[in-house]
Design a protein around this ligand. Structure first.
Ligand code: GDP
Length: 478
């Protein structure tokens, strides 16, 4: 929003008529209510010995979203956990057991609702669990720019060991730089072998603390509810180091976990309040939706007037259904909120119109490096055999130089799947397939998200292509 001549005079602490005189001397025709463009405002300010700082709307948005928070107001907040692991290793059972053992204890009838997340308590300390387990949900959120998880609990069944999705989960957590705690599950089973799990994990880079490494591993039984308190204690311990803080005194901000249209209640969003306090009556900007909070419902279905940081809550009263991963902010300036909502909508439209835009590709690598934004090239490697994947990871990693490091964030055997493409989206990575192809879902997702997939069958072709890309000598293909 431009400023008027009068606004500028106020800012300069000058008399309006003095500013008007300069304007007239310059031969410009204006009144005190005319809006100044950036150049004119700068020129006028200089005449009065001041500099005008011209901020773009984008800069204003960033400031608006980050708000102001004084360090002294920040207090410790509860950690937020995502449970991951191979199918059938016990993620859902673990989430259900924690919900029933740790929540219902205090209040009669305190049965938790499935609202997308819930809080448990251990010795008066809170831990929040996201109710959609798995790395797909985790990375989808991350691809949308949301960061909600403080620690990943990786469930590995002690009677089955490390499986493909165990590896995927580790890659996804590591790419997001989120610490991992391993829950070695199903130890009640006679054929369980926790040591084997520890050995297999050590082979892929997770060494147990008890073996001299730095990964916390807790043997549990989700079904028999064995050792669950110990798992919770470890979550608190590991996240304590991260020094998680929030400021309850500021306007609420956070991330949408779920959105749905409820027949009776209208649009319902589960949001995780990550900072600040959300109140009934607050005006909120959620993604591109502006609305007023009509009611709040906690994870036990109770109506609440307000909720603080690290609290999942259902929000009623929005004008539409938001998408998981959308950010939300409570705002005082409704006009500005509307403006930002419109701006975001335009951005989203521009994005969906295609144009490779900012997405990382081998052709645009040089440009990304030159513009200084890229210090690291992330790669995902899929090959037909383990040996080739390793050789490729090794030789590609060596191609990095002082400008850009090459980092293999995931390498494995088998067709390129949706999980690989999601990870590429969230990490701005390029996928290399060696004697493998993307499966149908992966291909569709890659097309939609404009993820660069390179297919090869000769190792030195892969390295040659990468060298050329890093030298900026790759011809664009259309
Ligand atoms: P998910 O796919 O990872 O969510 O796995 P589920 O939680 O659905 O569990 C898969 C199966 O393993 C179910 O039949 C569970 O009852 C069983 N299960 C989960 N945890 C345990 C456990 O600690 N011990 C035993 N014996 N079975 C378990």
């Amino acid at each position: 929003e431009g400023m008027t001549v009068k606004d500028l005079a106020d800012k300069l602490e000058a008399k309006v008529k003095d500013v008007m005189r300069v304007i007239l001397e310059q031969g410009m025709r204006m009144t005190i209510n005319s809006t100044l463009d950036a150049d004119t405002a700068t020129m006028l300010a200089r005449q009065f010995g001041a500099e005008v700082e011209v901020r773009s709307f984008e800069e204003e948005i960033v400031e608006f979203e980050e708000g102001v928070s004084r360090p002294e107001d920040r207090e410790t907040r509860a950690p937020v956990v995502t449970v991951m692991g191979h199918v059938d290793h016990g993620k859902t059972t673990l989430l259900d057991s924690l919900r029933t053992t740790r929540v219902a204890e205090r209040e009669a009838g305190g049965i938790t609702q499935h609202i997308g997340a819930y809080a448990v308590e251990l010795n008066d300390r809170k831990i929040v669990f996201l109710d959609t387990p798995g790395h797909a949900a985790f990375t989808t959120m991350r691809a949308r720019g949301a960061k909600v998880t403080d620690v990943v609990v990786l469930v590995v069944a002690a009677d089955d060991g490390v499986m493909p999705q165990t590896r995927e989960a580790i890659d996804h957590a590591k790419a997001a730089k989120v610490p991992i705690i391993v829950a070695i599950n199903k130890i009640d089973k006679p054929d369980s072998n926790p040591e084997r799990v520890m050995r297999e994990l050590s082979e892929i880079g997770l060494l147990a603390e008890s073996w001299g490494g730095d990964t916390v591993m807790v043997p549990v039984s989700a079904k028999a509810k064995q050792n669950l308190d110990q798992l919770l204690e470890m979550i608190l311990l590991v996240t304590e180091i991260g020094d998680l803080k929030a400021n309850a005194a500021r306007n609420a901000s956070g991330t949408v976990l779920e959105g749905k249209l409820d027949r009776g209640r209208g649009p319902v969003a589960t949001v995780l309040v990550q900072d600040g306090t959300l109140h009934v009556g607050d005006t909120v900007l959620v993604g591109t939706i502006v609305g007023k909070v009509r009611a709040l419902q906690d994870d036990r279905g109770r109506s609440v007037r307000e909720v603080g940081p690290s609290t999942p809550v259902e929000v009623l009263g929005l004008g539409g259904v938001p998408t998981p991963g959308d950010t939300f902010q409570a705002v005082e300036d409704v006009a500005k909120a509307r403006q930002i909502a419109m701006f975001r909508e335009e951005q989203a439209k521009a994005k969906s119109l295609g144009a490779r835009g900012g997405r990382m590709t081998l052709e645009t690598l040089q440009k990304h490096i030159a513009e200084g934004g890229v210090k690291e090239l992330a790669l995902i490697i899929k090959a037909d055999v383990q040996g080739s994947a390793e050789v490729l990871a090794d030789s590609l990693q060596k191609l990095g130089d002082e400008r850009v490091k090459v980092r293999v964030i995931s390498s494995g055997v088998g067709a390129i799947n949706e999980s690989d493409v999601l990870l590429a989206t969230a990490s701005e990575a390029i996928i290399i397939g060696f004697n493998v192809r993307p499966d149908r879902n992966a291909e569709a997702l890659a097309n939609r998200e404009k993820v660069d997939i390179r297919l090869h069958s000769i190792i030195y072709n892969v390295t040659d292509e990468m060298k050329a890309a890093m030298a900026g000598m790759l011809e664009p293909v259309f």
